[in-house]
Design a protein around this ligand. Structure first.
Ligand code: DOR
Ligand code: ZN
Length: 445
């Protein structure tokens, strides 16, 4: 099957220009094929931009175990609606993904119900070092150096040293210092909780900075690749200097666009871990994206039902859905003149593909996978709870009008979403990771 996408303005690896893109089955066969090249289907994309499909390397899809919040089918549909063609999912499911066997079972569930491509992290526990050493078919190891949703926690220094010393997969970690969080919590509980904004006093700047410094130190000493997820403070960015290609970092839309001033309006809808911080932190994170100290934008999509979220603090769970809003949020930044389309593609496509050594992802280039998204940069629309695809059925950005929206999402050569309609066939495929063949981030960055 050959499909020709004509007349789109394409964000190619080294330039953005109008080009025709020929797809054969699941691959990009060529850019600007010879006139008259045979094809079975033509898509006229006049007036639209063609981007590599978005790679969201940080989602929580709750399958198995908490599928009343989300499952791998609904989560993958939400991806498709948001222009996300590949996701990497975190291991705090039930059971947690702590063994190769559990990981393989998750891959099997995904094969049976995902409309986009998928991969799954393996979790560190206090007793699975041997599993981590031999794990395959995974982007890397996730450590909860501070606890969050679920009961995964490894904060013993010897255990952390062993993981960084004895494993070879890239590592990522949830960095909020457990001792600081617990001490803050005890103090605030004794004073009496005042509302959801207490969350940012408990999971404060200090908690994030101490834990990130600790992980960065481990990465440097053990020369081990490390990806800092959900950086929430400007302070942490100062820790990333001179990383020598081993250290990469992520910012999430909620830490870029929400801060403590939003608790009054949104309450528990903006309660997540790490907690939102200040306007100065929003600005510091955006500046770090612009100058390259943070390389990746991903969502930390962490759905809970509104009923669960509606509980008073601290019963209300932490986390918010975002996977179908992240691309329009970033395209709206392009519209506002705060960044370029090339930068958005770098943060959301090329960088995550490289951080995790994905084979054939993140670029519109001959031989790469035909994971693509057509966007209309001029389209304005409002995010509405009732239009969300995620099973949890709400968005913290409800009521916000954005300019720049995905209109068609193509996964491995198949259109899975176009103009509000889905092809729900489970056409997603398992992501392959080059680090199983040696890795390339340091050599090609
Ligand atoms: O707010 C969060 N929710 N942060 C996390 O680290 C986990 C996530 C979840 O799984 O609910
Ligand atoms: Zn997360």
């Amino acid at each position: 099957m050959r499909t020709l996408i004509q007349n789109a303005t394409c964000v190619l690896p080294t330039e953005t220009r109008q080009a025709d893109v020929l797809i054969e089955d699941s691959k990009i066969l060529g850019i600007d094929p010879p006139a008259g090249a045979a094809c079975d289907e033509t898509i006229d994309a006049e007036g639209l931009h063609l981007l590599p499909g978005i790679i969201d390397d940080h989602v929580h899809f709750r399958d198995p175990g908490l599928t009343h919040k989300e499952d791998l089918h609904t989560g993958s549909l939400a991806c498709a609606a948001g222009g996300v063609t590949t996701f990497l999912e975190m291991p705090n499911t039930i059971p947690p993904t702590t063994t190769q066997e559990i990981l393989s079972a998750k891959l099997d569930i995904a094969a049976s119900k995902c409309v986009v491509n998928y991969g799954f992290y393996i979790a560190a526990s206090t007793e699975n070092l041997d599993e981590l050493k031999k794990a395959t078919r995974t982007p890397g190891i996730k450590i909860f150096i501070g606890s969050s949703t679920g009961n995964l926690l490894v904060d013993d220094q010897d255990a952390l040293e062993a993981i960084f010393a004895e494993t070879t997969l890239p590592i990522t970690a949830h960095c909020e210092d457990e001792a600081t969080v617990r001490a803050n919590q005890a103090r605030i509980e004794a004073e009496g909780y005042t509302g959801h904004s207490d969350h940012s006093k408990i999971r404060n700047h200090e908690a994030a900075t101490i834990a990130t410094a600790r992980a960065v130190d481990l990465s440097r000493r053990h020369k081990h690749r490390f990806h800092v997820v959900h950086v929430s403070t400007a302070n942490e960015i100062e820790l990333f200097a001179d990383h020598g290609g081993l250290l990469t970092a992520e910012a999430c839309p909620h830490h870029l666009f929400f801060n403590v001033d939003d608790y009054d309006r949104l309450g528990s809808k903006v309660q997540m871990n790490p907690a939102i911080k200040t306007k100065a932190d929003n600005e510091g994170l955006f500046a770090a994206l612009l100058d390259g100290r943070i390389q990746v934008v991903a969502t930390d999509h962490a759905p809970h039902t509104l009923e669960e979220k509606d509980q008073p603090y601290p019963q209300s769970p932490s986390g918010l859905p975002a996977v179908e809003n992240s691309l329009p949020l970033m395209l709206d930044q392009v519209h506002q003149g705060n960044c370029s389309l090339d930068q958005v593609v770098s943060w959301m496509c090329d960088a995550p593909a490289r951080v995790w050594d994905m084979v054939g992802k993140g670029r519109i280039q001959e031989g790469y996978d035909a994971d693509l998204v057509l966007v209309d940069l001029a389209r304005s629309a409002e995010i509405r709870n009732e239009n969300q695809t995620t099973k949890c059925g709400w968005s913290p950005w409800h009521g916000k009008t954005l300019t720049g929206w995905p209109v068609r999402t193509i996964v491995m050569g198949r259109t899975v979403y176009a103009d509000g309609k889905f092809d729900e066939t489970p056409a997603g495929t398992e992501v392959l990771f080059e680090h199983e063949r040696g890795g390339f981030w340091a050599s090609t960055s």
